[in-house]
Design a protein around this ligand. Structure first.
Ligand code: SIN
Length: 321
């Protein structure tokens, strides 16, 4: 669905704002509540009503989806990625802001960075409080995201929440309620937005897209290889892995303990799976650090990728990306 421009203008620097839902567009049944609300109720054009564009920019607004991001899927990812690719190719487009739920924001950020590696900024904006909270955080987060997207020289996919800018590779939701809900692990944030100005601490995400990757993704999400995540924990068994193999999973990511260790019963099942041709990847369930391993590891490690990001990477790998 394409909404009309809310701030049409002839300026050469367009910031495209794509709406996808989330708490930033949520409504609580009683105004002022911060729990028990429904995500994805308010259109993105309405979220931007009364906003001034950053200096020298005009805003163009489109509603691409309207979902609670816990229900994110490959179909919406494809829509977002295709819409971004079309817009980024336009000379007048300076950058893109995507309003998004916090729950799977890190997955969308990773996916978009992996398939687009954009030479312009794609900034995910979110909120922890619904739009009709007494003091909603969405408007400030959206303003900060627009400021980052308007930044000359900015590029790559980043997320902005509570004044902190996180790179797509590193960003993780680390709190279920706090306004400052995201972290960048060992890498630390990319920067901060302070009174509308970006204080950048390190480089933007890299901009070397895998040639033609987006065009190679199957248009029908059911055609994407099925990759599931299993968890290693005290008392783990291999029953879930065996069932996934019988059910046709093409890849399995194990959220492993510590530096990639896996319960022996689960490991035995993963090795059986791998022997039948299922791709297995060990990611760490730790919030920080990475899986350090060697060439000889029976089950390959996912490095610093979290289990959910390793799942996306394995899907892309299986697609021959
Ligand atoms: C969602 O992820 O869509 C709901 C939760 C949130 O945005 O904080």
């Amino acid at each position: 669905m394409q909404a009309p421009d809310v701030f049409p203008g002839a300026s050469p620097r367009t910031l495209l704002v794509l709406g996808s839902g989330g708490t930033i567009a949520g409504l609580a049944p009683r105004a002022g509540d911060t729990l028990g609300y429904q995500a994805a109720q308010v259109g993105v054009a309405q979220l931007l009503a009364g906003f001034d564009a950053p200096p020298g920019c005009v805003l163009q607004v489109e509603q691409v989806a309207q979902i609670d991001s816990k229900d994110m899927d490959a179909a919406v990812w494809l829509q977002l990625a295709q819409r971004c690719a079309e817009a980024l190719a336009r000379d007048d487009v300076q950058g893109i802001v995507i309003t998004h739920g916090t729950d799977t924001l890190e997955e969308t950020a990773y996916f978009l960075q992996a398939v687009l590696a954009p030479a312009k900024p794609v900034v995910l904006a979110c909120a922890m409080r619904p739009a009709n909270a007494a003091m909603p955080d969405g408007p400030q987060n959206l303003r900060d995201a627009l400021a980052v997207a308007a930044q000359p020289g900015a590029h790559g996919v980043v997320a902005v929440c509570a004044g902190v800018v996180h790179a797509a590779f590193d960003v993780r939701k680390v709190h279920g309620y706090r306004l400052d809900a995201f972290g960048s692990g060992d890498a630390g944030p990319l920067g901060y937005v302070e009174a509308g100005a970006l204080r950048r601490l390190r480089d933007w995400p890299q901009t070397v897209p895998t040639a033609g990757l987006l065009a190679r993704l199957p248009a029908v999400p059911q055609a994407w290889p099925r990759v599931e995540i299993v968890f290693s924990h005290a008392g783990a068994s291999g029953a879930g892995v065996d069932a996934l193999v019988r059910d046709g999973a093409r890849g399995i990511v194990v959220a492993a303990t510590g530096n990639g260790s896996v319960h022996k019963a689960l490991e035995a099942a993963l090795l059986r799976a791998q022997a039948t041709g299922v791709r297995v990847l060990r990611a760490s369930r730790c919030e920080q650090g990475r899986v350090m391993g060697g060439e000889g590891d029976a089950l390959p490690g996912a490095g610093a990728l979290s289990p959910v990001k390793a799942r996306i990477q394995l899907q892309l790998d299986l697609l021959g990306a």
